[in-house]
Design a protein around this ligand. Structure first.
Ligand SMILES: [Zn+2]
Ligand SMILES: [Zn+2]
Length: 434
């Protein structure tokens, strides 16, 4: 017996396996008509996902924000099928295609590169699938059958491998000639995905790992209503005009040079004025809150970072500097290599700081402190460098060098609560001011 609890606390009882469609029809005819899925025990499921255990349910209609995930995940499948139809079913290997906060994407491995112009062609094919109202259909399969179905899809086989033994494996059909390894949720048929748009295409490593192959990720978005889509696209256009990279050029604020290194920012006089104003504000706020300003070095011995733990956990994101005694006379005019192999072997290693914590802790440790001295609040405009992957760099938002208003508080356990409140209070002040 399965007991389903509705949001108002009332309960429906089912003898056997049920699904959202059946539950909705028991509640009201109108709900059955409008339902697109449900939140069941915290998970979004579609109308036909079998419900085999008791739990709490909230039925979703297009009015509920959560229902967008069902729509967008369905749009991703339609995109995948369209790309296969356009480029050839045997030429396209599928990666993953989830719904996201803003829309959906799908990753493809295919011999030709998809250009922005091609998106229109793919959209046309998606529209055809939508017009034909091709149905989504869930099918439970055995692991053996799944292996057979996806034998030409290496990425799907890899995903299949990661499904734990004993867990249910399902595929979703879209029409008669396309299926995807998928847990759902999906709408009943493609005709429900009326308001969608493909937005861009970009490279994305399989499973986000740069050692893997770079796939082509097509981004899009979908809404239940055309009006909502239009509003979203309009907002996107407006945001583009206000993109900080565009403003940075227009207002002569900052620049970044390939020849100097990606992700390293040069502040122009106009940008420096803005930066100084922000620094002044931040400094004032910290003083008000009892922080003392300090300065710490930009490079420190690698061993210090071993003590702090950064070395073992963060090493691949750190810049290292070898320090060697060498005979400069011999090397004059030789620009080939900065160091010989022998010099590298003899080098003492320093690290460029990716964080300021060890420096602040050294200052704290510089004398015996009494519990009566606490809390001690240190604060620094700490310029740090982090080796971010070049693919993730983005204007001023993701860089390899930046200055933090970094603070560290040394306090007693009984002061913790107040100190944390103080930090949150500062963060709120900062966010609401800018
Ligand atoms: Zn799916
Ligand atoms: Zn820190």
């Amino acid at each position: 017996m399965i007991e389903i609890e509705l949001p108002d606390g009332s309960k429906l009882v089912f003898e056997d396996e049920t699904n959202v469609k059946e539950i909705a029809s028991r509640i009201a005819k109108s709900l059955e008509k409008n339902a697109v899925g449900a939140l069941f025990n915290g998970e979004i499921i579609d109308l036909h996902t079998p419900i085999v255990e008791s739990g709490k349910i909230r039925i979703l209609t297009p009015k509920d924000k959560e229902s967008l995930e069902i729509l967008r995940h369905s749009a991703a499948h339609i995109l995948a099928k369209a790309v296969k139809n356009v480029y050839g079913h045997d030429k396209v290997k599928l990666g993953i295609g989830p719904a996201t906060e803003e829309g959906f994407y799908y990753d493809f491995d295919l011999p030709v590169s998809i250009s922005e112009e091609d998106l229109e062609r793919i959209e046309k094919e998606m529209e055809r699938i939508v017009k034909a109202k091709e149905p989504f259909r869930r099918e439970k399969v055995t692991r053996e059958k799944a292996k057979e179905l996806f034998k030409d899809d290496p990425y799907k086989l890899e995903l299949l491998e990661s499904i734990p033994e004993g867990e249910e494996i399902t595929i979703y059909w879209l029409g008669e000639d396309f299926f995807d390894l998928c847990k759902g949720p999906h709408v009943e048929h493609a005709g429900m995905v009326k308001a969608f748009k493909l937005l861009s295409v970009a490279g994305a490593y399989w499973r986000g790992d740069s050692r893997n192959k770079m796939l082509q990720r097509v981004y899009g978005t979908a809404f239940w209503k055309k009006k909502e889509l239009d509003e979203y696209l309009h907002r996107l256009e407006e945001a583009k005009k206000r993109d900080h990279r565009v403003l940075g050029k227009q207002l002569d604020l900052f620049s970044i040079y390939e020849e100097a290194g990606p992700g390293l920012v040069f502040w122009h006089p106009n940008g420096a004025i803005i930066r100084q104003e922000i620094e002044k504000w931040v400094e004032e706020e910290h003083k008000k809150r009892g922080y003392q300003r300090i300065y710490t070095p930009h490079i420190m011995k690698a061993d210090l970072w071993k003590t702090s733990g950064h070395y073992s956990f963060y090493r691949e994101n750190m810049f290292f500097v070898p320090v060697v005694e060498h005979d400069e006379e011999e090397r004059l005019g030789n620009d080939e290599v900065p160091l010989t192999k022998e010099e590298v072997e003899k080098a003492h290693w320093y690290a460029v700081k990716p964080m300021n914590c060890p420096g602040h802790i050294l200052i704290y440790k510089s004398q015996v402190r009494s519990y009566r001295d606490l809390p001690i609040r240190f604060f620094e405009f700490g310029t740090v460098y982090r080796y971010e992957k070049s693919g993730s760099l983005h204007g001023l938002l993701r860089v390899r060098g930046f200055t933090q208003d970094d603070g560290h508080i040394f306090c007693r356990p009984d002061q913790l609560k107040e100190e944390i409140q103080g930090v949150l209070d500062y963060v709120m002040e900062l966010l609401s001011t800018f």
